[in-house]
Write a protein that binds this ligand. Structure first.
Ligand code: ADP
Length: 671
């Protein structure tokens, strides 16, 4: 086994690999970009190496920096995780050329399978069923047109060098064919630097089922069963489960043996995933091989009880496969949800930012890249974590996952948790009746159904402590001092005004007692139950939780995230540190108004921060000179971060009260 490996990745997968290393007593080196200097994946590393840069091309995608880091820290091997350089055959080759082990397939296998057309041809030769279509990829629009006319519509045009479902086009009629092909070639060229397209039959309403295989590179190959990944949005997986529901044993056996046969033909080494689409008659067609650990590998681990990262390390270290085929058993059912900082209501646009509070449910497996308040940087994939539930039966796993998502606290950024809950509550999803376009067709699931309940909860957040009902009567003139016993019992105690996601909300206060509040909003009554010990509770069967900020609250209702502004919050907040240049709350700098050396006077705007969907100017309160700008336009800041060092007329030296904890040396040794 290796003595020390370098984990060439970040986020949840770097944390995941680290966990196995710790268990096996393998030391690991963690790498990080400037944006990740406080990231969770650095914990427990024997050494951490700063790659510099923030964008991936300057950090996690920079092969030279990664190799230098591995050499500098005396590593025996590199684990690439997934994404970034994990399927880059040149990187794998240079790792091996540097005398280190690449924890993955051989560079030759990666290169052969990286091209869809070549992979398809190899698999057809190995006797694996492939989607009917043309063998050769081409970027000749006229030739592609002839190929399309020769097979039955609908047809799928796929970039041969593509990935992530990008650039694929369904052709279902012959008019306007040539311009459609030309446009598809252009898109592929722009996205992948390669315009070659594959023409294949478009399978209607297919399922995506994939097989996890492992090879030792010496001819031995086993499978670890299949995963159903049909719940996708625009070809990106949303929920994955194992085993695949409603798959007849005979079809499962065909699928598993096709994958093993394909892998044997390649003398496959390490972990691989054979992806298939399965039509309504359970015909299976090979799609591609992913030559790395998959995001969704945990569901396989749950049903087999195996640690796939351990398998990867053992095989890469030259050991035999840990188990023979007959020893690998499938037990129960597991399902995984991918939790992203993204906004399903706005076309799933990424929503990176500062996470103010995180609490994962303790009853479930959560593979997270964020364990406490911190950043989701804008530079990388915005996946925060994966939540994995298992049970004897599918229904038990589904309901455990729903519970886990309901009981997750993630405040400060918009996430897809509410969307995942709606998907899990969908009748067809519950029945296991799905295909790869199902979620794209169910647009309504993208809209939160908790909006009115959230407005009702928001209206109650300004009320004083509910455990002291007497004080509730003094909530100010807005509430009115009426005595309900002597007046109309239906009369409101008062009105509550607040703003939710920048929309004004006005609700009537019906009654208050120890456990909660009843408000009238939009003609409906909402009983907002509140826990004794924290700012959270239940409303109409949905869990809610809030976190106070400088200007209002972050509010979570059934996984949907809202920004609530206090009613008197008409203007921005300023200040935060002794120098009054501290960030009042976490946010993003939208403007730096001064330069180093500038003289400022009281009232001058120094910078503007956007937080909770509002702009907050940072204003000078004294006369002084700008010594140093600690951040620039576009930077994320945490609450209390000093933005600007000012020196004042009456002080000789300015000593900032809060130090910037981000600066990190190139190599730090950790215990
Ligand atoms: P990528 O590498 O871009 O992810 P894949 O070939 O793996 O591309 O396909 C991604 C998804 O596109 C599949 O999960 C499936 O939903 C859909 N797909 C691919 N090929 C076909 C096909 N011939 N017919 C129908 N759907 C397909």
């Amino acid at each position: 086994m290796f003595h020390r490996i370098l984990i060439a990745n970040r986020g949840e997968i770097a944390c995941r690999i680290a966990r196995t290393c710790k268990r096996l007593g393998v030391q690991y080196v963690a790498v990080y970009s400037d944006a990740d200097s406080a990231a969770a994946h650095l914990a427990g590393a024997v050494k951490t190496v700063c790659l510099g840069g923030s964008v991936a091309s300057e950090s996690y995608l920079n092969a030279d920096k990664l190799l230098a880091a591995a050499r500098q820290t005396d590593c025996d091997a590199i684990h690439p995780g997934y994404g970034f350089l994990s399927e880059n055959s040149d990187f794998a080759a240079s790792v091996e050329a540097a005398g280190l082990a690449f924890i993955g397939p051989t560079p030759m296998t990666i290169s052969a399978l990286g091209d869809k057309a070549r992979a398809k041809a190899l698999m057809r030769d190995a006797g694996v069923p492939v989607v009917p279509g043309c063998d050769e990829a081409s970027d000749d629009a006229v030739l592609i047109e002839q190929q399309i006319r020769a097979i039955t519509l609908p047809v799928l045009l796929k970039p041969s060098a593509g990935g992530g479902g990008k650039g694929m086009q369904i052709i279902d009629r012959l008019d306007g064919l040539l311009p459609a092909i030309e446009s598809a070639i252009r898109v592929a060229r722009n996205s992948f630097g390669d315009g070659r397209m594959i023409v294949e039959r478009y399978i209607e309403q297919p399922r995506h089922i994939e097989v996890q295989i492992f090879g030792d590179g010496r001819g031995e190959v086993v499978h670890l069963f299949e995963r159903e990944c049909s719940l996708q949005r625009r070809h990106q997986k949303v929920l994955e489960e194992a085993p695949a529901p409603h798959l007849p044993d005979e079809a499962r056996a065909r699928l598993l043996s096709a994958a093993v046969q394909g892998a044997k033909s390649l003398n496959y080494r390490n972990a691989g995933t054979f992806e298939f689409i399965v039509d309504r008659d359970f015909q299976c067609y090979f799609l591609e091989v992913n030559t790395r650990l998959q995001v969704e590998h945990p569901v396989t681990e749950e049903i087999t009880g195996q640690d796939l990262v351990e398998w990867q390390l053992r095989v890469a270290a030259g050991e035999r496969l840990p188990l023979a085929q007959g020893e690998i058993v499938c037990k129960g059912h597991a399902i995984e949800a991918r939790i992203y900082a993204e906004d399903p209501a706005h076309d799933f646009r990424p929503a990176p930012g500062a996470v103010a509070k995180v609490r994962w449910p303790s009853a479930l497996r959560v593979d997270a890249g964020l364990l406490q308040a911190g950043e989701v940087p804008p530079f990388y994939d915005p996946m925060i974590a994966k939540m994995i539930a298992s049970g004897d039966q599918r229904a038990a796993a589904m309901s455990a996952l729903k519970n886990g998502l309901q009981n997750t606290t993630l405040l400060g950024v918009t996430t897809n948790i509410g969307y995942l809950l709606r998907v899990l509550n969908d009748d067809n999803v519950q029945a296991g009746l799905m295909h790869t376009r199902y979620l794209d067709e169910q647009k309504a699931l993208q809209t939160p159904n908790s909006r009115s309940a959230a407005a009702a909860v928001a209206a109650t957040l300004e009320l004083p402590s509910w455990s002291e009902p007497a004080s509730a009567w003094a909530i100010g003139s807005r509430c009115g001092p009426s005595d309900r016993k002597t007046l109309d019992s239906q009369a409101l105690l008062g009105r509550l005004e607040i703003s939710v996601n920048q929309t004004p909300v006005s609700a009537g206060l019906q009654w208050i007692d120890q456990d909660g509040v009843c408000v009238l909003y939009d003609g409906e009554e909402y009983q907002v139950q509140r826990d004794k010990d924290r700012l959270g509770g239940w409303v109409r069967g949905m869990r809610w939780e809030a976190l106070q900020t400088a200007v209002g609250w972050w509010l979570l209702v059934s996984g949907d995230h809202y920004a609530v502004l206090r009613s008197e919050q008409n203007g921005p907040v300023t200040g935060g540190s002794a120098e009054n240049t501290g960030a009042p709350m976490a946010g993003v700098i939208t403007s730096m108004k001064v330069r180093e050396g500038d003289r400022v006077r009281p009232g001058d705007v120094l910078a503007v921060i956007e937080a909770m969907k509002m702009e907050h100017p940072i204003v000078a309160d004294r006369e002084g000179t700008v010594q140093q700008l600690r951040f620039k336009h576009g930077d994320s800041v945490r609450e209390g971060d000093v933005l600007i060092d000012l020196s004042y007329e009456d002080t000789v030296e300015n000593t900032p009260m809060m130090s910037d904890s981000r600066a990190a040396p190139s190599i730090d040794s950790a215990g």
